[in-house]
Design a protein around this ligand. Structure first.
Ligand SMILES: Cc1cc2nc3c(=O)[nH]c(=O)nc-3n(C[C@H](O)[C@H](O)[C@H](O)COP(=O)(O)O)c2cc1C
Ligand code: SF4
Ligand code: SF4
Length: 303
């Protein structure tokens, strides 16, 4: 097993079937995703995550290694009781200009009680005022944010960027070093808000419950080509349940988060974004994350 992987048995226990009850019930042990000498967390840590192509899932695994609990936000949204209490609570998600809609929805419904609250964003190009955006969003939940940092990883916006190039250009050792530094910071309860670059987007609309201007219609966002073999992977990786299989052909419908999980995961390269495709032959998934892990994290249908 590579140093980046967790055992399959542990992965199955982790996030797909996890419920708020399980989260409150205690720590789910997993093997470390890093080569650090293991030391079981003495504190209870919950790591909530959303991930379309595995970058944020990998970071969440590293933060939950050594005894934390990973909880998938798309799965959590199926639960009624979203009141969480732990020593440390963290949120890991990809930067989508600001906070992904699905994460905002979770923040709108959930309450958190903890000693230390942290956020880690994965991003492909630049961080802007993202730390402040999260601080403001959490203020509405009456939660003080102690730490926000980011990890630059492959940029999964396949309309604009060639995924083959993104894989080549993002050095896994550099990424692991950045994640290890964040894990250390969180363990030390460091107080820190990462400063982004100038010229960012204003964070209007970033607060939970505000206008949802990033949803689009799935059937307008993508065309499913004749290459589709009806395998159903898109159904399982979509966190919004936008796909159904009819007569062995996938059909997109409903409100889409624009996360690109479907197009990136299709083994037939049959999901074509209508607004361009930098390299229709190249798709991306974080090399430390399996398709099964993404399905378990995102599926809105029983697996
Ligand atoms: C809809 C969308 C918007 C994005 N916006 C930004 C952005 O504004 N800045 C940036 O650096 N990366 C942006 N990205 C890239 C992702 O944040 C990045 O690839 C992230 O690591 C993907 O995480 P995941 O693999 O966990 O889904 C965007 C990606 C998507 C799908
Ligand atoms: S993942 Fe691709 S091939 Fe499989 S059902 Fe969806 S569109 Fe078709
Ligand atoms: S249709 Fe594709 S891009 Fe839209 S929410 Fe589902 S997986 Fe994400």
């Amino acid at each position: 097993m590579s140093k980046h992987q967790i055992s399959r048995r542990s992965a199955l226990k982790l996030f797909g079937a996890a419920t708020a009850t399980l989260a409150m019930g205690g720590i789910v042990p997993i093997t470390s995703c890093s080569s650090r000498k293991e030391q079981k967390l003495s504190k209870k840590r919950l790591v909530f995550f959303f991930s379309a192509t595995g970058n944020s899932l990998y970071v969440a695994k590293c933060l939950a290694a050594d005894g934390g609990t990973m909880l998938s936000i798309p799965q959590m949204l199926k639960e009624k009781d979203l009141n969480f209490e732990a020593d440390e609570i963290g949120l890991v998600y990809p930067k989508y200009r600001e906070i992904p809609e699905i994460v905002k929805e979770f923040l709108t419904r959930a309450t958190f009680k903890c000693e230390y609250f942290f956020g880690v964003l994965t991003y492909g190009r630049h961080l802007r005022n993202d730390a402040q955006t999260l601080v403001d969003a959490m203020k509405e939940r009456k939660v003080k944010v102690d730490y926000v940092n980011g990890v630059k990883m492959a940029d999964n916006r396949l309309q604009r960027f060639d995924m083959a190039q993104e894989l080549k250009e993002n050095d896994p050792d550099k990424i692991d070093a950045a994640i290890a530094a964040i894990v250390k910071d969180v363990e030390a309860h460091k107080q820190y808000l990462v400063e982004g670059e100038e010229g960012g987007h204003h964070h209007a609309g970033a607060h939970p419950g505000e206008a949802r201007h990033h949803f689009v219609k799935a059937d307008e966002m993508f065309e499913v080509t004749d290459a589709c073999i009806g395998c159903g992977i898109c159904e399982y990786v979509c966190p919004r349940g936008c796909y159904s299989i009819e007569y062995d052909h996938a059909k997109a419908g409903g409100m889409c988060e624009q996360c690109l999980a479907c197009a990136q995961a299709c083994p037939q390269l049959a999901i074509a974004p209508t607004e361009g495709d930098a390299n229709p032959k190249a798709r991306y998934r974080n090399p430390n994350v399996s398709l099964r892990e993404l399905e378990r994290a995102n599926s809105q249908k029983p697996l």
